[in-house]
Write a protein that binds this ligand. Structure first.
Ligand code: HEC
Ligand code: HEC
Length: 327
């Protein structure tokens, strides 16, 4: 009996040592320095047409204002400065605070170079070389032209002094750090708006409007794409506004049985984008997309229509928690 106890005790000590050394390993290796990721060759301009396009990208497409102004602030509107401050507190992953991206030198981005601001948006690397996880999974790739427009608009906004805390990574985010990497693929070519075309729709949906980031099957541990673009992401997320409900992002391809909008006409789609939010807790930035031009909304529809229909039943986009086919 004594030897058995000794062995068990030894195993317990070994387990504690292993867990502790794993913890120490994660704590000492998670923080990666990406300061060698090159700064995009972007120079802000004071050209008013470019600044106006930047405002459109910021609000109606890339929905920067959804996080940097509207989040957690029911009084906010599209004139509210992008001074940030909202904190996402995700258990074990950490706390992530929407940065102050007004031109204030102390608390905002006033001291960053155009290239440093552009790198945060395109590659999700901060001026000090740290990885910006929220930016990585929320901001779609955009052309040099649109990136220039966004940086030019940001530069033209008044400074607002508001200190925002830095991100604090939790143990799970740290453990996953080796899989979380900046976006380094080549930027898409610019497809100008003002026309209705599949090409413009593809640029928007897979680029700045980021529809594809939410509506494509994605592995939640590796963040790799696991199925056809826009065919729905069945990973359920709880409705933060109403306990007991959850959301998934529907299949937006035109598969006749599992495509959520397969029966929608182009006009019905445009009207739905205009209508805006139905569910308070949905993470889709509906407010922003109500500002999308009619041409752009039509282009997105034509792009979706042009995709190969993909069979993927993710169930109703909103349902009682646990009632979907995939959860
Ligand atoms: C889903 C929410 C979300 C969206 C959408 C978003 N941001 Fe952010 N942003 C954040 C958070 C949170 C941070 C803090 C770093 C992190 O965790 O990514 C951040 C950080 C930044 C930074 C780094 C600031 C610094 O001090 O280093 C810049 C610049 C920035 N965002 C600009 C933008 C722009 C421009 C857009 C639109 C093209 C945008 N963001 C869209 C949430 C968002
Ligand atoms: C941040 C994640 C996110 C982004 C970005 C996003 N969606 Fe969604 N979308 C969702 C979720 C979640 C739902 C289900 C809840 C809801 O209807 O609001 C949804 C629902 C929809 C619906 C169904 C609405 C209905 O009335 O049944 C359509 C259509 C749609 N999205 C289109 C788009 C288009 C087009 C884009 C890009 C311009 C886009 N989405 C970007 C997450 C997102």
């Amino acid at each position: 009996v004594k030897t058995v106890l000794k062995i068990l005790g030894g195993l317990a000590i070994l387990a504690v040592v292993l867990v502790a050394s794993g913890f120490i390993y994660i704590q000492s290796t998670w923080e990666r320095d990406y300061s060698t990721v090159p700064l995009p060759p972007i120079t802000a301009t004071t050209d008013s047409a470019v600044i106006a396009r930047g405002e459109y990208v910021v609000h109606a497409l890339a929905h920067c204002s959804a996080c940097h102004a509207l989040a957690g602030n029911p009084e906010a509107n599209f004139d509210t400065p992008l001074s940030g401050g909202y904190v996402w507190d995700i258990p074990l992953f950490g706390t992530f605070a929407a940065a102050n991206i007004t031109s204030d030198a102390e608390t905002g981005i006033g001291r960053l170079s155009d290239g440093e601001i552009a790198r945060a948006i395109r590659h999700n690397v901060g001026a000090d070389g740290r990885f910006l996880p929220f930016m990585r999974f929320s901001v779609g790739p955009m052309s040099d032209e649109d990136l220039t427009a966004v940086v030019s608009w940001l530069r033209a906004q008044p400074a607002v002094s508001k200190a925002v805390p830095r991100d604090e990574w939790g143990i799970l985010a740290k453990a996953l750090a080796s899989r979380l990497a900046p976006r380094t693929d080549a930027p898409p070519p610019h497809i100008a708006g003002g026309v209705v075309s599949v090409e413009r729709g593809k640029y928007l949906a897979e680029g700045p409007a980021a529809c594809a980031l939410c509506h494509t099957p994605t592995d939640q541990m590796t963040f790799a794409t696991t199925g056809p673009v826009m065919s729905g992401n069945g990973v359920a997320e709880p409705d933060g506004e109403e306990a007991g409900f959850e959301f998934v992002s529907p299949n937006l391809t035109f598969d006749p049985t599992t495509g959520h909008i397969a029966a929608w006409t182009e006009d019905q789609f445009v009207a739905r984008m205009r209508q805006g939010r139905v569910y308070k807790g949905s993470k889709m930035p509906w407010e922003n997309f109500t500002k999308m031009s009619e041409e752009d909304a039509r282009s997105v529809y034509r792009y979706l229509r042009s995709l190969p229909p993909a069979v993927n039943n993710v169930g109703p986009p909103r349902r009682r928690a646990g009632e979907g086919p995939t959860s």
